[in-house]
Design a protein around this ligand. Structure first.
Ligand code: SER
Length: 317
């Protein structure tokens, strides 16, 4: 990784990934691209170009002009938004991925794209979900993610493209808010705790999902990309997770810092159905064994850090 091009750079992961990559590899060596320009560090602190990932020609041109040797393809619709417009989701998620893989093949780039716990479905074992298991997702997002995992494996097997990837759980961060995901409640809850002292969850009590704090997620991307390829038995879609909790447990974690915080429930049937179709807790052993995946934040440590950072960001006491 010397010259890295990132799509979806203003998204939930991209916004922080760009900052980390620029710090580690040099600002001039990280090209951020996104379909829109929102003035921020991403657009101002290093190279930035507008790119619609369905435009293969422009993607190829930008990668060539930049001399990119690595592609990190982050542009995608999340689960709930994809359910609202499945055809658009297919075209964007699959068309964008196909273009990014093709450009990477043509220019012989190293390649990363994230899959998700959304790639699992109701028939997948819910506890300690294995790396290699049944994947029959019931959402358009999940269908996209499984197809993406297969496509990335195919490009490695067929063309020798150095594809790598992880299955991310819900990602929690204090920088960019997620948009249209099922796990977003675990981010919103911290904002509402500080702004209103209470939160109404659209996910029911007792619904477990895997989660991870953003700094651990970003480190996982870098560690996997830097890993010795000889040690990789899998290439794409490594299970990674830091914790599994349900809404009342994250509420209890917040109450340790803010004793008066209250949680209520008003379940959204669409997102609840998506959550119910996903595992409770996945097994990240393959990632640990093959490239040393590790995390540094558990629920309480994340809560303390989230509340501290958001207090400053939201200017509340
Ligand atoms: N956070 C994502 C979502 O909820 C899961 O990949 O859609």
């Amino acid at each position: 990784m010397k010259k890295i091009m990132v799509t979806g750079a203003l998204g939930q992961i991209g916004s922080e990934l760009i900052t980390k990559l620029r710090a580690e590899y040099g600002a001039e060596n990280v090209l951020a691209t996104d379909i829109r320009r929102i003035e921020s560090d991403v657009t101002e602190a290093g190279p930035f170009e507008i790119l619609d990932v369905t435009d293969a020609k422009k993607m190829h041109q930008l990668a060539t002009d930049f001399g990119a040797d690595t592609m990190m393809h982050m542009a995608a619709l999340l689960s709930a938004t994809a359910e609202e417009n499945p055809v658009f989701a297919w075209n964007l998620n699959m068309g964008g991925l196909m273009n990014a893989l093709e450009v990477s093949r043509e220019l012989d780039m190293q390649f990363f794209t994230p899959s998700s716990i959304g790639a699992f479905g109701p028939s997948t074992p819910k506890q300690n979900t294995p790396q290699d298991t049944l994947q029959r997702p019931t959402t358009m997002y999940g269908v996209n993610k499984v197809s993406g995992e297969l496509l990335c494996d195919y490009y490695f097997e067929r063309f020798g493209l150095d594809t790598r990837g992880v299955r991310f759980p819900g990602l929690i961060s204090n920088v960019a808010k997620p948009g249209g995901g099922t796990t977003d409640y675990a981010v919103e809850i911290y904002y509402k705790a500080l702004e209103e002292g209470k939160y109404t969850s659209y996910i029911a009590e007792g619904t477990y999902m895997d989660m991870m704090y953003m700094p651990d997620a970003l480190q996982a991307i870098v560690d996997l990309m830097e890993a010795d390829p000889k040690k990789l038995i899998h290439r794409n879609a490594f299970n990674v997770t830091a914790m599994s909790f349900e809404p009342s447990q994250i509420a209890a974690s917040i109450q340790k810092v803010m004793p008066n915080f209250e949680i209520a429930y008003q379940v959204d049937p669409v997102r609840q159905a998506i959550a119910d179709s996903w595992p409770d807790a996945i097994d990240p052993t393959a990632a640990k064994d093959e490239w040393g995946f590790k995390t540094t934040y558990d629920l309480d440590k994340m809560t303390v850090d989230m509340l501290e950072k958001l207090k400053i960001k939201l200017a509340v006491n």
